[in-house]
Design a protein around this ligand. Structure first.
Ligand code: ZN
Ligand code: ZN
Length: 346
């Protein structure tokens, strides 16, 4: 069950091609090969003969099988006389030009129409995210015994993905980040062949996918005793996360929440080392609206699922990030990532 999409007043129909938006509107699990025409009364999914069985079986909306070799001419009769929008953020100019020429239509730009509806999760979307979060928690618990000096980052990432997929995940939410020692200074330090060493702090950022829906969380582990500044930045990141968790809830502006976490890190003297935004929405994409940063105009609403992930990165030395997956409820928040996040020495 998904939320109704409010079409902007200036259009009668919207052509949707961005895969996650197509999947959201139809339920079709090969959305990169689909196109949806969305009207106020409902939607129609267009795809090709490869999906003649699969698409009608999966789709919640009527399906038409079209021949891609005939271009976009099939849209003519559907769009005739209507004011038709397209997604200016996602549709390349070349494709827009082809649709306009072949379907004989002038397309009007829109932005973020379906993405806005996607920020509020329906009950079965939420349930899938929770299942993905559980698998990630359990995978992390399984992995902990293997996080020790000598282990390669890559092997830890592979083991975690393997475990998750054997235990209900359809795939990894993204290329897992396992960043140990100096590599911890890379906010996107995808697992490498580096081996973990005693005295290092390791950041692990990972998630599972269940029925198209993602989870996302980050934990940090100390390999024995690490230097005092690494301990210090862990404590500051955790304090920033706790302040954000405390401040989060319905009606709170995303930029305000970003400012709360950033303030904690700035007052500790590491403001310039928190080089990314506080968090993002999670759903059919691992990074989706709402985006929680200093320029955001978004306000948290019940039903949103977001991350809060302050981090501190010291170039050449190391870094730390802690990330929780959070559900905004009518009265506050519920933390969906359950694996313990406190200081952990192995
Ligand atoms: Zn993450
Ligand atoms: Zn994240």
């Amino acid at each position: 069950m998904t939320n109704p999409v409010a079409l902007p007043n200036e259009v009668d129909l919207l052509i949707v091609t961005q895969p996650e938006n197509v999947r959201y509107l139809s339920g079709f699990t090969a959305p990169e090969d689909g196109l949806v025409v969305l009207a106020r009364e409902g939607a129609t999914l267009f795809t090709d003969a490869r999906y003649a069985e699969q698409a009608p079986a999966e789709s919640r909306v009527p399906v038409e099988i079209v021949n891609p070799r005939e271009g976009y001419g099939f849209l003519r009769s559907h769009l005739k006389g209507a004011r038709v929008g397209y997604d200016a953020r996602h549709m390349p100019c070349s494709r827009k030009d082809r649709i306009e020429a072949e379907a004989n239509v002038a397309l009007l730009p829109t932005e973020g129409v379906v993405e806005r509806a996607r920020t509020i999760k329906g009950p079965d979307e939420f349930e899938r995210i929770v299942r993905a979060a559980r698998i990630a928690d359990e995978g992390y618990a399984h992995l902990l015994a293997q996080i020790k000096p000598g282990a390669r980052e890559l092997d830890l990432a592979l083991e975690l993905e393997f475990w998750m997929r054997k235990n209900g995940a359809e795939r990894a939410a993204f290329d897992f980040i396992v960043a140990s020692g100096p590599r911890g200074a890379l906010p996107h330090g995808v697992a490498s062949t580096k081996r973990l060493e005693r005295g290092e702090l390791v950041t692990l950022d990972f998630g599972a996918v269940v029925d198209g829906y993602h989870s996302d969380m980050t934990r940090a582990v100390a390999l024995g005793t690490v230097d005092t500044e690494m301990q210090r930045i862990f404590e500051v990141a955790e304090a920033a996360l706790e302040a954000a968790l405390e401040a989060a809830g319905p009606g709170v502006a995303a930029r305000q929440l970003d400012a709360v976490a950033r303030g904690v890190i700035e007052r500790a003297g590491y403001g310039s080392r928190f080089v990314h935004s506080l968090g993002h929405g999670v759903g059919l994409e691992v990074h989706e609206a709402p985006f929680l940063n200093a320029r955001s105009d978004e306000v948290l609403e019940p039903g949103m699922v977001i991350t809060l992930e302050p981090g501190i990165y010291l170039p050449g030395r190391g870094g730390v990030r802690l990330e929780e997956l959070v559900h905004v409820t009518p009265t506050g928040i519920e933390v969906l990532s359950r694996a313990p996040r406190g200081w952990l020495e192995v």
